[in-house]
Design a protein around this ligand. Structure first.
Ligand code: SF4
Length: 92
């Protein structure tokens, strides 16, 4: 599983990522509930001020990132977005 640091080698947009100055583990909380909730919300707050949030989200969706916060979304939110996309493609 690539970390946010790993993608800096394969994408030009990630050099502008707001998370470059953050602890990478912040973006991989054990769970968005319970003790990990504060960590999860902190990561999402960083994403909200990130200038490449949409590129990050596209990358995560296109590469099926199943863990962590990417583009300001949780794994469950990305799974829902992927399902919605699949439904749009099927209906097109
Ligand atoms: S949207 Fe969030 S995870 Fe993605 S590059 Fe920006 S700060 Fe990092």
């Amino acid at each position: 599983m690539p970390s946010h640091a790993d993608i800096s080698f394969i994408t030009h947009w990630s050099r502008q990522a707001a998370c470059l100055s953050e602890d990478p583990e912040l973006f991989f909380p054990i769970s968005p509930q319970g003790p990990g909730q504060m960590q999860h919300e902190h990561a999402k707050a960083v994403c909200r001020r990130c200038p490449v949030r949409m590129q990050c989200l596209e990358y995560a969706l296109n590469t099926h990132q199943a863990h962590g916060v990417w583009g300001g979304t949780s794994p469950d939110e990305r799974a829902a977005a992927a399902l919605a996309r699949a439904g749009q493609r099927a209906g097109a």
